[in-house]
Design a protein. Structure first.
Length: 94
C-alpha cells in the first residue's frame, strides 16, 4: 500500500491467486470489505481487466454501490438508466 495524492494504491502481482484476495474463513474479498467499511475511504476503483483467473463480477459485486466510482454495480447502472443523479457514473469519458 502506498499513498498516491489523496488516494492509496494496492498493487497485486498478475500471478495473484483468488485465495490471496480472500481472508481465510470470511469468504469475501477482505481488502474490498475493509475499504467498504472504512469511513475515511470515499471511493473504490479497480483497474480492469483483471487476470483471466480472477472473477471480475465477484469483485464488482463486493464493492459497495456508495463507493463504486466506476459505476459498475447494478444499483449504479440502474440509477444511470433512470436518471438518478445520486448514482455513480463511470469515470471513463465518452
Amino acid at each position: 500500500m502506498k499513498p498516491l495524492g489523496d488516494g492509496i494504491v494496492f498493487a497485486f502481482f498478475k500471478s495473484c491467486t483468488r485465495a490471496t484476495l480472500f481472508h481465510t474463513g470470511f469468504g469475501k474479498l477482505w481488502l474490498v470489505n475493509k475499504l467498504n467499511d472504512d469511513p475515511s475511504v470515499d471511493g473504490i476503483l479497480v483497474q480492469f481487466p483483471l487476470p483471466k483467473h480472477l472473477d471480475e463480477a465477484e469483485v464488482i459485486r463486493t464493492i459497495s454501490p456508495q463507493k463504486d466510482v466506476d459505476g459498475f454495480s447494478k444499483e449504479n447502472i440502474g440509477g444511470l438508466l433512470v436518471g438518478d443523479e445520486t448514482a455513480f457514473v463511470s469515470c471513463t469519458p465518452a
